[in-house]
Write a protein that binds this ligand. Sequence first.
Ligand code: TRP
Length: 332
Amino acid sequence: MDEKKVMLSGIQPSGDLHLGNYLGAIKNWVERTEEFDNYYFMADMHTITVRQTPADLRRRSLEQLALYIACGLDPEKNTLFIQSHVPQHAELGWVLQCYTMFGELSRMTQFKDKSAKHQDNINAGLFAYPSLMAADILLYQPDFIPVGEDQKQHCELTRDIAQRFNHVYGDVFKIPEPYIPKTGARVMSLNAPDSKMSKSIPEGCIFMMEKPEDIQRKFKRAITDSDTENCVRFDPANKPGVANLMSIYSAITGKSYAEIESEFAGCGYGKFKPAVGDAVVECLRPIREEATRILADKAYLESVYKTGAEKASYVATKTLRKVYKKIGFVAR
Ligand code: TRP
C-alpha cells in the first residue's frame, strides 16, 4: 500500500477561533482525515511575537484543541499538538534563521503590516517569524501545506529556504507544495464584507463559542447592500455582503447558489439574514457543547496533547538529527 501523503497546518491561539477558521480551514481538515497523514498544531510560539496576556494564551490554546476535536478532528487519526511542547520547532527554527536572508524577511508583507500596527514592539521574533514557520513545516517533511491567501508568501519562503539548504547539504528536506482546497469558504466580516472575518472586528466576527443570541444579533445586523433590490442573488462584485452570507449558508447546508436563490426568491434580506443566522447557530451548537464537555475533562485533554506531542516529536527528531549532522554539530 502506498504511504499516505503528509499534510500539516497550524493556527495561532492569539484570538478565539471563529467561523472563518472553521469554514475556511478546520472543516476541510476534518474531511481530509482519511486521505492524508495529518499534523495540526496550536502555534503558541508564534503568538508571542505580539504581547499576549498569559492567562488568555493558556486558555485559548486549550480551547483551540478542544474545538479541533469537537469539530471532528479525531486525535486517534490526526496528530494534534501544542507547538511549544515539541522543542524541535525552536531548535530547527534557530538553524533556519541562519539560512534566511535579512532581505527576504524584510519583504514579508505580514511583517510590514504587523510592525506598522505594533510600532512599540517591533521585536526580532516578529521579524524572524517566517523562519520558525519554515521549521514548523519542514520538520514533518509534508507533501502539502494548506495555504490561506495571507500565508502564501511564507509558504513560498519556506520552499526557498528548503531548496537553499538542500542545495548545500543534499536532499534533507522535502519541498512542500501549497495546497489549495477545492472547497472551503473564504469568510468575510459580517459588517465589512471587503475584509476577512477576524477577531479585530468583533461585531462582524462569529466566534465558535459564542452564545446563540449573540450570533443571531450579529447576523441580523450584517451588512447587505446599499442597492434597493432587496433580492438574494449571488453577485460578489456588486453585492459582496449578500454573497458572503450566501457562501456561509452554502458551506453549512451544502446548497448551491442557485438553490439558495430560489429558496429565498421574493423573501428579501429581512428573512434571509436570520435564516443564515439559524443555520450557523445550529451548526455551531453541537460543536460548542462538545468543546465545553471536553474542556471540563482535563485528564482527557492532557492525554491528547501529550500523546500528540510524543508522536510529533518522534518525527521531528528524525529530521532535526539529520540537519544537525549535516551542518557539523557533534552527535549527542
Ligand atoms: N503563520 C500562520 C498564521 O498566522 C500559523 C502557522 C504557523 C502555520 N506555523 C505554520 C500555518 C505552519 C501553516 C504551517 O496563520
